[in-house]
Every structure is written in C-alpha cells, then in structure tokens.
Design a protein around this ligand. Structure first.
Ligand SMILES: Cc1ncc(COP(=O)(O)O)c(C=O)c1O
Length: 408
C-alpha cells in the first residue's frame, strides 16, 4: 500500500472549474477590483457567519490592523495577545505603534489562557486580541467576561477559524458572528478556503464597518462603485489617512465559489480529524489535540504533541524522508529577532522582568508547544489511504528518542 504514495503535502486548497470560471467571469466583466463581486462576497460571508457587516480586505494582517485602529489602539498603548501565533498577529499591534503584551497559552488547546489575562492588564491596556489558533475556538465566554469587567474591546484573530463553531447560549454559532467586537479572517492558501490571498472583517457595529471601507481605499470619501453609477459628476475627497487594503473582484469571485464548498470542506476535515484521533489514540509518546465540549474546530490543522523524550526535528525529518510534509507547531513571536525585548512585554513591570531575547519564563507553555508539537497533513482531497500512510510513518517516526548523554 505505502509504496504507491509518492508525497503528501501539509495542505492543498480545494479548487476547480467553478473557481476558474468565476475568476474568468470577473476578468471578462471588465471590473476587476473591489466592485460587484467583492460586494456579493461580503454579503454572502456575513450571512454565513451571522454577522451584520463583513468588509473584504487584502489579507488578514491588514484586517487586524484596521480592527485595532477601529477599537482605538494608539501609539504607546498595550494590547493583550499571545506570542504563540503566526507573527502577523503581533505585527498588527506594532503597526499601530502599540506594544504586544504576551500571555501564555493553555497546553491543551494552544489558545490564550484566560486565567492569566488579568495579571497582564495595566492602565495602558487598550484592547485584547485573541487568536482561535489553527481553528480551535478560544474560551470566548471567559475572555469576554474579563474584557467587559475592564471595559476593553476584544478583537478575534479568526485567520484560521472560518467554519469553526462555539456553543453560545445553547446554540452552535459560527466564529465571526462576531462574539467579540470584530473578527478577522484569512483566505491564504493554507486556510480552509482560499482566494489566493485575502481577508475579511466582520462586526455588528455599522460605524466601524463604514470606517473600514474608507480606510481600505486610501480614505477616499466616495467608493468607485458609487462614482461609476452616478448620473452626476462626483469629486471625491480624502478626509483621513487611508491605506490600499483592497480585495480584487477576481479574488472575491473565487471566494464566493469557495464559500459554497465550505460546509463540505468542514465536514470532510472533521471526519479526517476524527479518523486521526481513532488511529493515533494508543500511540505511545504522542498527545492528541483536545476539543472542549463547547467548541467545534474546523480542523485547519491537526496538531500532535510529542512527549518530551522524543525529538521533534528528527520525527519531522523521518516523515519528510517518507514523502510526508509536516510543519513544526505554531511559532513563538518573542523568540524571533524582529522581537527584541523592547518590542513586547509579558505583563511584568520592566524592572522586575528577567526575560531575555527568545526566552520568557512566563511563556513556558508557548515555548514548549512550539518545541514539541508537529502539524500533520490534513486537506479536503486527502484519501483515507494517504492518511493511513501518515499514521503508519508517524508511529515509527515519533519514537525517535532525543540523544541523551549519561555521565559515567
Ligand atoms: C493566526 C494568524 N493570524 C494572522 C495571519 C495572517 O494572515 P494573512 O496571511 O492573510 O495576512 C495568519 C496567517 O497565517 C494566522 O495564522
């Protein structure tokens, strides 16, 4: 069985003729950026997640930037977030001139540990930016409870969480409704649905939605769609500093087709994730992901943890040698050279903190998760035969012991 499998990627977008035709439709229409396809995609996306407003932008990083600006983050402010995320999360805080204050994660869900948030608050805290990491919903109830007590807005980095759900007052609701103030999504090809690149902001606040639309197009007072349809000449103005964070109509047309596939994609990913759980449950040296009873992940990634006796790099190399692509668990931003200690904080007063570049005792769960977890291949088109092969190879690979030297 195994010999027939050449190579298995970590992820693969599920796209086909429908997306190709949609891109062609946008191109042939003569309107290729931020026009009718973007407007339709926004409407359909808002309906899917149950939000009042959805605003499309160029990617999730730009969405996060606008979300933080909207909730009032300014230079010198602090924003509570996690180090254990893709670097774009913390970068978006720095784009506002603010300081990311990193809070450690829960080892089971890899999401922010709500019990540590209050300790990290200061009189400079302006917002909380949480991440539904690799599609697993955060403990939103606990986080919102803290945020409301301290009068802080909550932005959800839902880059990976399209299709994920949370049990809310007895009903399953989509991440992005939003439950916090604003949620931000990514359509990068590693995500569950893709537009090549792309992002979306959802909110129930009409003022913020209006603001996003101005900011994403250079702060221009009149959108192109309005000028184009006008019977009288309109001169636009630029009352504020804006950005070019537009999504193209070609991307949006593709996104509309992807949205139609989304329920089927999520169902398949849940099936494959469950299959991984069953096939890997008794493997010694391996810890499997856990899903709280109030959460349903979209399984954007399936993350396994090697117990400390086993070597992450060697296990991954063994899998690569067998033609299977894996990825190290999520990065820790505070370990990167772009994050010298002055660029972030772990919530301890600077004088009391003994953090060094790349090392922080208060972020030990984040560091351990990065060092001991491995993301396995998981994508819609993955066959059961391919998955069995991953399981077979992983069972051997994860038993590579770390080299230990014993002194006589
Ligand atoms: C948690 C998280 N936030 C933000 C981003 C940035 O998304 P984008 O590439 O669409 O800017 C990513 C992308 O991988 C991510 O995983």
């Amino acid at each position: 069985m195994s010999e027939k499998i050449q190579s298995i990627p970590i992820a693969k977008p599920w796209m086909g003729e429908a997306e190709a035709e949609a891109a062609s439709r946008a191109i042939m229409s003569g309107w290729v950026t931020q026009g009718p396809e973007v407007a339709a995609f926004e409407q359909e996306f808002a309906t899917y997640v149950g939000a009042n407003h959805a605003c499309a932008v160029s990617n999730c990083t730009t969405a996060l930037h606008l979300a933080l600006l909207a909730v009032g983050v300014q230079p010198g402010d602090e924003v509570i977030t996690v180090s254990h995320s893709y670097i774009a999360t913390a970068n978006s805080i720095r784009y506002c001139g603010a300081i990311p204050v990193f809070v450690d994660i829960e080892p089971q869900t890899y999401n922010i540990n709500p019990m540590l948030i209050e300790d990290a608050l200061s009189d400079r805290t302006r917002a909380i930016l949480i991440v539904h990491q690799i599609g697993m919903p955060c403990n939103l109830k606990a986080i919102l409870d803290i945020a409301h007590r301290h009068g802080l807005p909550v932005v959800e980095d839902a880059a990976c969480a399209i299709g994920s759900e949370i049990l809310w007052n007895g009903q399953w609701e989509k991440i992005g409704k939003p439950h916090g103030d604003i949620a931000c999504f990514s359509f990068h090809p590693r995500k569950v649905i893709s537009t090549g690149d792309g992002g979306m902001l959802t909110t129930n606040n009409p003022q913020w939605d209006k603001q996003f639309r101005l900011w994403r197009q250079h702060g221009m007072s009149v959108p192109d769609t309005v000028r184009h349809g006008a019977k009288q000449v309109i001169f636009e103005s630029y009352p504020m500093l804006g950005y070019n964070y537009r999504m193209t109509d070609i991307q949006a047309a593709v996104g509309r087709e992807q949205l139609k596939r989304l329920p089927e994609i999520v169902e398949r990913r849940r099936y494959l994730a469950q299959r991984y759980q069953e096939k890997l449950q008794d493997v010694p040296g391996l810890k499997l992901p856990t899903e709280p009873s109030w959460a349903k992940s979209n399984w954007q990634s399936f993350c396994v943890r090697l117990t400390e006796r086993y070597d992450q790099l060697q296990a991954m190399q063994r899998m690569l040698d067998a033609g299977i692509a894996t990825r190290r668990g999520i990065m820790c931003v505070h370990r990167e050279s772009a994050y010298q200690t002055e660029a972030w904080s772990c919530g301890v007063e600077p004088k009391a903190c003994e953090c060094q570049v790349g090392k922080c005792d208060r972020l030990s769960e984040s560091e351990q998760a990065q060092d001991h977890t491995v993301l396995l291949p998981l994508f819609h088109q993955m066959t059961e035969q391919e998955q069995d092969y991953v399981v077979e190879v992983l069972k051997v690979a994860c038993q590579v012991k770390e080299v230990t030297f014993y002194l006589p």
